[in-house]
Design a binder for this molecule. Structure first.
Ligand code: PLP
Length: 355
């Protein structure tokens, strides 16, 4: 995260995983949409209902949080004690591993294997749990590959968790980026699942910090009680804007689709002509995760940034050092120029230090 805050920025960034930020004008918001204060208590009531409707569950299953990060923190802390075990995917999103360690839990990894298109294999999950496992963590879509986990696989993971008395936390920060081909939200598949998500990535609304958790009602109340120690109430004006975004979600998601389709087409045209970047997963979301076969992936990221003002995320941050993550979320013109520069950086380095 420190790297993301300090090194990710570049003139031509291919490093971000969230859609280019929406402006107030694009949101169609006016001052009349805002109020500085309002009833928040256990969440702005209309916002909580709108999030419940979006997630396909009742209001008592929703806990509001500060982004998906805040949602993950609240859920992890409610479900884990020091000495517990957490089973986590690898490659995976590093801050979740660090969060588990921060809470005194031991992380055991299950692989998402490139030869299996980075799909989750329930046999690997089963091999990573013990009687001390309290949480199994999956991102859907997967960060960094954007590979989806389908409903039968989620249900199998749920059964594995139930056998050892654990929960399955599904981080769905990117799920909406699969549009009509998205698997169902795990929050509708049973009480063994806990879902965390936000409007950050796919809506392009990181600034609102509108995140939420979907959990069984009793667990949701427990999480609200923990949250009372941290933040008490939400930022009401941000809640008003989030509500507006949910009411106009059709337009916002159409914008997201347009950006992703333009950038995916540019990526596919670029990738078709290259032997030095190998794609192993069927990605549907905001990022792709190619393996760099002609040079060292870290050296590529460094050279690209220093010589070409362009950034990628090194795969080492996900536990996969031979890879790089390319975000398809930025302004299409900037994205296309970033790809040209990536091509030049690869040509400079090809054959130097094969990974
Ligand atoms: C899997 C995953 N979860 C959570 C987050 C953080 O989301 P937010 O900005 O909504 O806190 C990220 C950000 O990159 C992510 O990749």
């Amino acid at each position: 995260m420190h790297w993301a805050k300090t090194f990710q920025t570049a003139r031509f960034t291919l490093a971000v995983s969230g859609i280019k930020g929406l402006s107030l004008a694009e949101l169609g918001a006016t001052l009349d949409d805002l109020a500085l204060d309002g009833v928040t208590g256990y969440g702005h009531p209309q916002l909580r209902s709108a999030l419940a409707a979006k997630s396909g569950v009742s209001d008592d299953r929703i806990v509001l949080a500060t982004g998906t990060s805040g949602a993950n923190h609240l859920a992890f802390e409610t479900l884990l004690d020091s000495g517990d075990e957490v089973a986590m995917e690898r490659p995976g999103y590093e801050p979740m591993e660090m969060l588990a360690s921060h809470l005194g839990a031991t992380v055991r990894y299950f692989p998402r294997r490139p030869e299996n298109g980075f799909r989750v294999d329930p046999k690997d999950v089963a091999a990573s749990v013990t009687s001390r496992t309290r949480l199994i963590v999956v991102s859907n879509l997967h960060n960094p590959t954007s590979v989806a986990t389908d409903e039968p696989t989620l249900r199998e993971i749920g059964t594995i968790a139930e056998r050892v008395g654990a929960k399955v936390l599904v981080d769905e920060a990117y799920l909406d980026a699969a549009f009509e081909s998205a698997p169902p939200s795990a929050g509708r598949l049973g009480d063994v699942f806990v879902v965390t998500t936000s409007l950050t990535k796919v809506f392009g609304l990181s600034g609102l910090r509108c995140g939420w958790i979907v959990a069984a009602p009793a667990l949701a109340s427990k999480i609200w009680q923990l949250k009372n120690l941290f933040g008490v109430n939400e930022a009401h004006p941000a809640g008003c804007l989030a509500l507006r975004a949910l009411r106009t979600s059709g337009e916002i998601l159409a914008r997201t689709r347009e950006i992703l389709e333009a950038n995916r087409a540019a990526w596919e045209a670029f990738h078709a002509g290259r032997q030095d970047l190998v794609l192993e997963g069927d990605s549907r979301g905001t990022t792709v995760f190619p393996r760099v076969v002609s040079c060292d992936a870290d050296a590529l990221c460094e050279h690209l940034r220093e010589r070409y003002e362009t950034s990628l995320v090194p795969g080492r941050f996900f536990g996969a050092p031979a890879y790089v993550r390319v975000g398809l979320c930025g302004d299409p013109e900037i994205f296309r120029e970033g790809l040209v520069r990536l091509g030049s950086a690869l040509s400079d380095l090809n054959g130097k230090g094969s990974a």
